[in-house]
Design a protein around this ligand. Structure first.
Ligand SMILES: [Cu+2]
Length: 153
């Protein structure tokens, strides 16, 4: 009797632990910048950046040929001007850079190889707070008047 109880208890414990691990796993998403095109010239990164909703904890992976490109996280001003003499937040040069999006803010990235920033190797994203708190208000225009009378009880 006693051992049966402890076995059930252990079973439930295992299940809840598995659920915890699973829900944690689904939180952080890894995005390869440019998807299969990677980080290169001739790609529309504005379009790419608008495909996803980024959340705190997600990771951007920049894959490119080492020394042909680079990744500078910059201010919005530097993103717009492509003038990299100022406004640099961080520099990544490895060819396989993983950047964790730690803050719910705007991130701006450019490549500083000559001509590449102006040529389109730049984008900005807005990173949202993680959904734990359910801060978003439900849609205000939520009405239930879908049918027009006939099928009402
Ligand atoms: Cu480049």
């Amino acid at each position: 009797m006693e051992s049966h109880f402890s076995r059930v208890f252990f079973f439930l414990l295992t299940i809840s632990f598995t659920i915890m691990v699973d829900s944690h796993h689904t939180e952080a998403i890894e995005y390869t910048v440019g998807d299969s095109d990677r980080w290169s010239t001739g790609i529309n990164y504005l379009e790419w950046s608008q495909k996803y909703n980024f959340t705190v904890g997600d990771i951007l992976v920049f894959k490119y040929v080492l020394s042909q490109h680079n990744v500078y996280q910059v201010t919005e001003t530097t993103f717009r001007s492509c003038d990299m003499t100022s406004g640099i937040i961080s520099i990544h040069l490895s060819g396989n850079d993983r950047i964790e999006l730690k803050e719910p803010t705007k991130y701006w990235f450019i490549c500083t190889t000559k001509g590449h920033c102006k040529g389109g190797m730049r984008f900005g994203i807005t990173v949202a707070e993680s959904n734990h708190g359910e801060e978003e208000a439900p849609p205000s225009d939520y009405t239930t008047s879908t049918s027009s009378g006939d099928s009402s009880q």
